[in-house]
Design a protein around this ligand. Structure first.
Ligand SMILES: NC(=O)c1ccc[n+]([C@@H]2O[C@H](COP(=O)([O-])OP(=O)(O)OC[C@H]3O[C@@H](n4cnc5c(N)ncnc54)[C@H](O)[C@@H]3O)[C@@H](O)[C@H]2O)c1
Ligand SMILES: [Fe+2]
Length: 394
């Protein structure tokens, strides 16, 4: 169904393929920048990936102004404030973010502060408060999940309030997204599994949420097909370059989709589980995706039925009676979760993810205030969120 009105926007230049990272200095020169701050984290440094990015600058006109390599998982506003000082102290003129969503989102937060001025990111919370064009930002994802390299969203933790704060503005789109197959080969199996399920959740939720449209649908369907064929392969054999690159593309496609069509109850529950109980974002999405689909079934069954085709392939789709396709789509995702659990140890219940039962009420109370619910096909009250959290527990 085509909505009577919709908008679709994605201005990010994509450079993708072998040694794409080596083109970053040239891309920066096109943006009139020559002194980037590189932001990354210890996992990425340990995997030797920072070195790949730094090496790209050898013999170029640009030079690395400074490196921040201690981004924590689910980075916080305090870290952003600290990195912004490093940017200013070293007279940087651009940012190259090399890492997963935590690093990419930190870079977006830093970009807000160094452009708008001020010492605290908290002054810029909310949607569309940014008044000026931001500094050039190059995003090099090293996980295949968040799609943050092509979204205008940053999710940053506020540890004092136990929440994850969304920042949204069209100005937050990175200028360049770089997909280089070298950058995801080292991702451990459990992180590969969880981040891949984040990408799948983006694609599925975008296909069934409030702002869905024919263009975002096309991106979702393409992403889901790639995930079906490549996620388990990449988990089982991390060195499979083809599967890795396919997952990087899937994550990007799903990012473009949900950046326009938005996400819903699964992400609301995942943000709350992350803020309250530190469940990694991808793990929480994997746990809540089948439950969220079942919750939405009365409003979104037709969409889920359509998704059985990219989720399971033609044979399964054609041999499943139409009215059974929506629930079959949920079962296919449950099966994928079980296979990922067996192959990598990715938790598939909140209990396995280390969440105390006593936290379920707080997770539900936090979820119902999450902005993602605005676009969910069905309203979610506290009791609904609590039922979902309880069902996810074990
Ligand atoms: N902005 C968006 O559009 C958006 C969308 C979804 C999620 N997010 C946010 O992204 C964050 C999660 O990001 P994530 O799932 O990518 O995880 P992450 O960035 O927290 O990374 C997870 C771990 O993997 C390690 N790692 C990453 N790449 C590696 C590699 N190639 N080799 C070895 N180790 C590697 C990291 O060091 C880290 O320890 C959350 O804060 C979430 O809210 C943002
Ligand atoms: Fe996500």
């Amino acid at each position: 169904m085509i909505p009577s009105y919709y908008e679709f926007h994605n201005p990010v230049k994509i450079i993708a393929g072998n040694k794409a990272v080596d083109n970053i200095p040239y891309e920066l020169s096109l943006l009139k920048a020559r002194r980037p701050l590189i932001i990354t984290d210890q996992g990425v440094v340990g995997a030797g990936l920072l070195q790949i990015a730094v090496n790209a600058f050898a013999g170029s006109d640009a030079e690395v102004g400074a490196v921040f390599e201690h981004t924590p998982p689910d980075s916080s506003n305090e870290i952003v404030d600290e990195v912004a000082r490093l940017f200013r102290d070293n007279r940087c003129d651009s940012i190259v973010a090399v890492g997963g969503g935590s690093v990419l989102d930190t870079a977006k937060g830093v970009n807000i502060l160094v452009t708008e001025g001020g010492d605290s990111l908290l002054d810029y919370m909310g949607a569309d408060v940014l008044k000026n064009p931001l500094m050039p930002l190059v995003a090099v994802p090293t996980t295949a999940g968040t799609g943050s390299e092509v979204t205008a969203v940053a999710v940053i933790a506020n540890p004092k309030r136990h929440i994850k704060m969304p920042f949204t503005s069209f100005r937050l789109f990175p200028d360049i997204a770089v997909l280089d197959p070298r950058m995801t080969l080292t991702m451990p199996p459990k992180i590969t599994a969880a981040t891949g399920m984040d990408a799948l959740t983006h694609a599925v939720e975008a296909y069934s949420c409030g702002q869905k449209n024919p263009v975002s649908d096309a991106y979702s369907v393409a992403a889901i097909g790639l995930i079906r064929d490549n996620l388990l392969k990449a988990v089982k054999n991390g060195k499979d370059k083809k599967a890795r690159f396919a997952m990087a593309n899937a994550s990007l496609l799903a990012g473009v989709s949900f950046g326009n069509a938005m996400v819903g109850v699964v992400h609301a529950m995942a943000h709350a589980s992350g803020g309250v109980a530190h469940v990694p974002h991808g793990v929480a999405n994997a746990i809540f995706l089948p439950l969220g689909m079942e919750y939405n079934m009365s409003k979104a069954a037709d969409y889920y039925g359509e998704l059985l085709l990219p989720l399971a392939g033609e044979d399964v789709y054609l041999s499943t009676p139409k009215k059974e396709r929506p629930q079959k789509a949920v079962e296919v995702i449950r099966e994928l979760n079980r296979a990922l659990n067996a192959a990598s140890g990715m938790p598939i219940t909140l209990k396995e993810a280390g969440v105390a039962k006593s936290k379920l009420e707080e997770i539900a109370a936090t979820a119902i205030n999450d902005g993602a619910l605005v676009f969910n096909p069905k309203a979610v009250e506290y009791d609904d969120a609590l039922a979902l959290a309880r069902a996810a527990y074990e």
